[in-house]
Design a protein around this ligand. Structure first.
Ligand code: XBP
Ligand code: MG
Length: 249
């Protein structure tokens, strides 16, 4: 029986990467006097690595062979990431990033039906709180029984650890939960933890491998603006009834 819905955040609840995290990283680099500038296309490549601190290190290794790391490079990465989180949460506080189509509608329906809600993400907890409180509801954080985020587990997605941790906190089995993801790293994590997964793609992830997904959709759909199912040619609105159907309940 379906008891819980567990959501990824970035790319799934909201399109946060291109116009949220990316400019926040760039603002932090500028603040620290670095000439690093992550363009839209480059950022797509950097998304191969989840986690902001991990992504900065990956960039330096792969794209800045010229850069001489200072002895305190780890501290610099931590400070840069802290500044990036400040820029990003300010952006959200200004109402910068709306939730994706159908997200709010489905969350309302699931709550009303008594389903448990959870979050499993690699992003920093402050970022999740900022998005939920500014783009969902002032008390948006309290809608969720678990918010599994950031460094709470050392191995980030595609490792399944963040989902395993969320399930432990909820006291639920993977067979009782449905995950929502937007990326290949995400679905590898959710499936690795044994969760059936529904995918809503975005511009950065449309070409990813989503083998084994319950369905691959453009978005969750709203009345009048239905989703397009990409793994078959179908359109609709993701309701709880539709979810239970795909879940195989
Ligand atoms: C999200 C991420 C995060 C964000 C940046 O991946 O990879 O790193 O891009 O957030 P997913 P932080 O949607 O698969 O969870 O800088 O706070 O890490
Ligand atoms: Mg994601």
């Amino acid at each position: 029986m379906l008891k819980a819905l567990i959501f990824d955040v970035d790319g799934t609840l909201a399109d946060t990467e291109r116009d949220g995290h990316r400019p926040a990283f760039n603002a932090a680099f500028k603040e620290f006097g670095l000439d690093w500038e992550w363009g839209v296309e480059l950022y797509g490549k950097l998304l191969a690595v989840t986690g902001g601190k991990e992504r900065i290190r990956f960039y330096v290794e792969q794209f800045r062979p010229d850069y001489e790391k200072p002895v305190d490079f780890d501290d610099l990465v931590a400070a840069l990431h802290k500044a990036k989180t400040r820029h990003y949460t300010h952006m959200l506080a200004e109402g910068g990033i709306p939730l994706r189509p159908g997200v709010k509608r489905l969350l309302h329906e699931a709550r009303a039906a008594g389903l448990v809600l959870g979050v499993a993400t690699t992003t920093t907890p402050e970022n999740v709180a900022a998005l939920l409180s500014h783009s969902l509801d002032v008390d948006g954080v309290s809608w969720f029984d678990v918010i599994a985020a950031g460094d709470i587990v050392p191995a980030k997605k595609p490792a399944p650890d963040i989902y395993v941790w969320a399930l432990q906190q909820l006291g639920l089995k993977p067979e009782e939960c449905l995950a929502f993801e937007d990326s290949e790293n995400g679905i590898r994590a959710s499936q690795g933890a044994g969760l059936r997964t529904l995918v809503t793609v975005n511009d950065y992830t449309i070409g990813h491998d989503f083998s084994g997904a319950l369905a691959v959709l453009s978005d969750l759909g709203e009345e009048g603006t239905p989703f397009t199912r990409l793994d078959r040619h179908e359109h609709g609105v993701v309701s709880l009834k539709q979810l239970r159907d795909w879940f195989g309940e």
